[in-house]
Design a protein. Structure first.
Length: 93
């Protein structure tokens, strides 16, 4: 019986290590998809070189065609006849 219990514990530890490394790889892949800089209006001034990690609620983000959305945003104004997003990286499609 002790041998079986030890085998189960070792296999459980191996699966845990594999899952953790897989999750870390997925997280790194998602981080690569995030933009590092964004164009943001803060305190009435446009800053075109703001690190995306410094965005706070209340900032207005300017997006152009092909830009990656740097954070959760509320769409205020649209200056185009069509709008589309690619969420495949988030949904796993």
């Amino acid at each position: 019986d002790p041998v079986v219990i030890c085998l189960i514990l070792v296999s459980n530890a191996a699966v845990g290590v594999w899952q953790e490394s897989s999750a870390d790889d997925s997280l790194q892949a998602l981080k690569k998809l995030q933009p590092e800089q964004c164009c943001c209006k803060r305190d009435g001034d446009w800053n075109g070189d703001l690190p995306a990690r410094e965005l706070v609620p209340g900032d207005v983000v300017y997006l152009r065609v092909g830009d990656k959305v740097p954070a959760d945003v509320r769409l205020i104004q649209l200056k185009a006849s069509t709008f589309a997003t690619d969420e495949a990286a988030l949904t796993g499609e």
